[in-house]
Design a protein around this ligand. Sequence first.
Ligand code: HEM
Ligand SMILES: *[C@@H]1O[C@H](CO)[C@@H](O)[C@H](O)[C@H]1NC(C)=O
Length: 441
Amino acid sequence: MFSLQRSAVLSALASYATLTHAATQQTCPTTDVCFAVGVPQQSASSGSGNIYFQIQGPTTYSWIALATGTRMADSNMFVMYQDGNGNVTISPRAGTNHQMPVLDTSSTAAKLTLLAGSGVVDGGKTMRANVACSNCNSWSGGGSMQLSSTSSPWIAAWKAGDSLATTDKDASISRHDDVGSWSYDLTKATIASDANPFVDAGGRSSSGPNGGGASGGGNGGGPDSTGPGVIPSSGAGGFQSAREEITRLQRAHGIIMALVFVVFYPVGSIVMPLLGKWMVHAAFQFFNFVLMWVGFGLGYVLSQKTFMNVASIQGFRETHTLFGAVIVCLMILQPIGGSLHHMYYVKHQRRGIVSHVHIWYGRILMLLGVINGGLGIELVRNGGGGGTGLIVAYSVIAGVIGLLYIAVKGFSSFRKRRGGDARGPGAVADRPARKEMSNAS
Ligand code: HEM
Ligand SMILES: *[C@@H]1O[C@H](CO)[C@@H](O)[C@H](O)[C@H]1NC(C)=O
């Protein structure tokens, strides 16, 4: 028992020693697709110059791509596929949002050079690109990367399928099966000389997750092959389950928010003139308010996982996430306004300005919430997460409830006006609860 523990500690120390010696940083966001990066000392200190990276995976993939950035849009992409002659093509592309990136032909395009050790290896089973990039510190679309950053964001994508077998750098590729994102501590990826770190002096592959050696590479995948400083977004190896988790979060967030904004809030508002019980209104809307925050929490976690709300200035790059956060925050005033209205009403037996504010503020926020739900569905739809059917169904339901809402409000204010005329002011005193309700809701 004791010796077992000690050997575990020793082997942990040994692997730590190997990793701290590591010249390159590497990660395998899925078991068989691996990437590595090395930054020459000189480039790190001057902030520009060559960096080296490696892309490797089985030839059962049609293409494998690595990119700098946090998401497709505005990233600097390097797409690798077989060239049909036993080697690989490496294609620099400028990331656009959720569409096929095309070859970057601008003057700021990444200058990539394929190096020794690249090619289709392992008897045709593996393809590998060892690449030098001379200008990857900044790129088309205004992106840039600090070569000495301790958390430099990288993304990747891969697609299983037939070999593209082309040297055309602008070949069409189809959408990825899966994607990954992580950050590298580039200060741990420093290499002494400005030379291909993925081969040894004799030109033999010296690194790479399947090559073992210099970078302390593991066994081609799994959590162990990611060194310190490599933070796979979802834990390497667990990528598939991370995707499933995102889908679950999307469903939970979407369903809760749609129920709250499209159904519950309007119903909570409609039932008032119908039931005339302010307590029911207040309790139900407060329940919805809490549920809305649960939905917001799920959305927040989701945005962290999908990089739609990465920390710092890049946060809230999607209208939906920004707009949603603003709406739920503005909603905080609604229970307060409701209480103020109620107190005012109890005292004066009529609506005050605060009542109108409560009513219209609530209506506007409900409407904005419904619209923002549509934007959210669009986001998922961009991601191929749902058909047009979803947005149609959502719009129809929202429309029907909207009409119902207007009809009930119109009817109750009509009834109230008529009732007021018929019964005179005394009627109000008879039924204060009902009067208040039709005002409050
Ligand atoms: C035909 C080419 C491509 C199409 C049509 C496409 C489309 C999409 C779509 C619809 C999404 C959102 C939903 C999802 O996760 O599936 C997405 C996300 C993503 N794609 Fe692509 N993509 C392409 C190529 C690439 C390439 C070459 C990379 C290279 C790294 C890449 C990296 C990513 C990443 C990291 C995400 C998640 C972050 C984000 O939403 O931007 N994609 N892509
Ligand atoms: C692939 O091309 C690179 C760059 O020209 C070269 O160094 C490498 O040896 C080639 N690989 C094979 C397997 O021919």
